[in-house]
Design a protein around this ligand. Structure first.
Ligand code: ADP
Ligand code: ADP
Ligand code: ZN
Length: 217
């Protein structure tokens, strides 16, 4: 099953994708995590992507499309995947449909996490992430057991440079301009489920499990 998790920055895409990946035994593919890894490893792609990410703008379509194609189509294509943060433009949505069609596959299900803007800024500015294993915490909502230390792997937690208020605001604007049109794009394809993301992490997850399309249960 190919699942796309769609929603604004801070909606809980990463958090819910992790839970779904465990529950459904599917790989979790986050373009944001892959790009941050490329930056940390100082690869040419990382060097290209960093200035866009620092400004809160989208990395060019061809770069992220190639990144996803590498994982989804080339070599041994996985039987399914949870796509977190891809697609983020309608052009990326078309590219995804085309690469899946080559494999005789399609996007099976899109989860759209809707959360009001004020809540998004509160979530983004309180977010702490693990640079080693990408686990995500929140200063108040879901703090680690030991302050500043990852529960999963013990690494020192960090704040993302693009989670500062000014960059976060820019990311939200970019989301409304370039990513939100994907809501209608997938609604028209009949694969979109809107989930109320303004609930506890467990309640959001329970709503998702209850909404899995019947033929995939
Ligand atoms: P995204 O991947 O959409 O940017 P994250 O999953 O990283 O979002 O979540 C953003 C921040 O909000 C993190 O600090 C996370 O711990 C927190 N968070 C995630 N889901 C919820 C929720 N349902 N309620 C409150 N805080 C949440
Ligand atoms: P969030 O969901 O909190 O916005 P992500 O980790 O998904 O954060 O993305 C962080 C940044 O990585 C984005 O602001 C953008 O610069 C870049 N990025 C991630 N995915 C894409 C994509 N599909 N297309 C273009 N840029 C992307
Ligand atoms: Zn960790």
């Amino acid at each position: 099953m190919i699942i796309v998790v769609l929603g604004p920055p801070g909606a809980g895409k990463g958090t819910q994708s992790d839970l779904l990946a465990k529950e459904l035994d599917l790989p979790h593919l986050s373009t944001g995590d892959l790009l941050r890894e490329a930056i940390a490893n100082r690869t040419p792609m990382g060097r290209l992507a960093q200035p866009y990410m620092d400004r809160g703008e989208l990395v060019p379509d061809d770069v992220v499309i190639a990144l996803i194609k590498e994982r989804l189509v080339q070599g041994h294509p996985p039987t399914g995947a949870i796509l977190d943060g891809f697609p983020r433009t309608v052009a990326q949505g078309h590219a995804l449909n085309e690469m899946l069609a080559e494999l005789g596959r399609r996007v099976d299900w899109v989860i759209y996490l809707s959360v009001p803007t004020e809540e998004l800024l509160e979530r983004i500015t309180g977010r702490y992430v693990c640079p080693r294993c990408a686990a995500t915490y929140h200063l108040r909502g879901s703090p680690p057991r030991t302050p500043g230390v990852c529960d999963v792997c013990g690494a020192a937690l960090q704040q993302r440079p693009d989670d500062r208020l000014d960059v976060a605001r820019r990311r939200l604007t970019v989301y409304f301009e370039q990513t939100a049109p994907l809501i209608d794009f997938y609604r028209r394809q009949g694969v979109l489920t809107e989930i109320n993301g303004e609930q506890s992490i467990d309640a959001v997850f329970a709503d998702e499990l209850a909404a899995i399309p019947p033929r995939h249960r």
